[in-house]
Design a protein around this ligand. Sequence first.
Ligand SMILES: Cc1cc2nc3c(=O)[nH]c(=O)nc-3n(C[C@H](O)[C@H](O)[C@H](O)COP(=O)(O)O)c2cc1C
Length: 137
Amino acid sequence: MNNDILFSPFKLKNFTLKNRIGVAPMTRMSSPGDSIPRQDVLDFLVRRAENDAAIVYTEAIVTDYESAQGYPRQARLITQRQIEAWKPVVKAIRKEGAISIMQMFHCGRMAWPEINPANRVIAPSPITPPAEKPVNR
Ligand SMILES: Cc1cc2nc3c(=O)[nH]c(=O)nc-3n(C[C@H](O)[C@H](O)[C@H](O)COP(=O)(O)O)c2cc1C
C-alpha cells in the first residue's frame, strides 16, 4: 500500500480516524478471577494508541459465561466491575485521538467443554472443527 494512503485520514461514521492503522483483536487469556485483563495487557492497548494506531480493537470479550466462554482466562464485559475496569482504557485511547472497539465473542464449537460451567459446548453447528487448543502462556 502506498504510504500516503496508509497515513491519510479515514471517515468511519462519526469519527475521522487519523490514519488507517488498526490493532487487530488478540485474545490474551490473561483475565483470571474476575475476568478483567491484567493491567499490563490493558496498558498494551493504550500504548498502541500512544504510538498512533487509529483503531484499537479489544481482545475477543465473551458475551456471557454460561454459553459463550470457551477458553480459560478470557475477558468478560458483563458485571459493573468489569465495565469499570475498561473505562480508563477506553478514555486513555480516546485521549490519544484513537478509538477503541470491543470485539464481542461467542466461542461456539471452538470452546473447550471443561471451561463451560455446565461442561458442554454450545454452538449452532453440529460439526466439530479440526482445531487444536490455543496455547496458554
Ligand atoms: C495471539 C493472537 C490472538 C488473537 N486473538 C484474536 C481474537 O481475539 N479475535 C480475532 O478476531 N482474531 C484474533 N487473532 C487474529 C488476529 O486478530 C489477526 O487477524 C491475525 O493475527 C492477522 O492475520 P495474520 O496472523 O495472518 O497476519 C489473534 C491472533 C493472535 C496472534
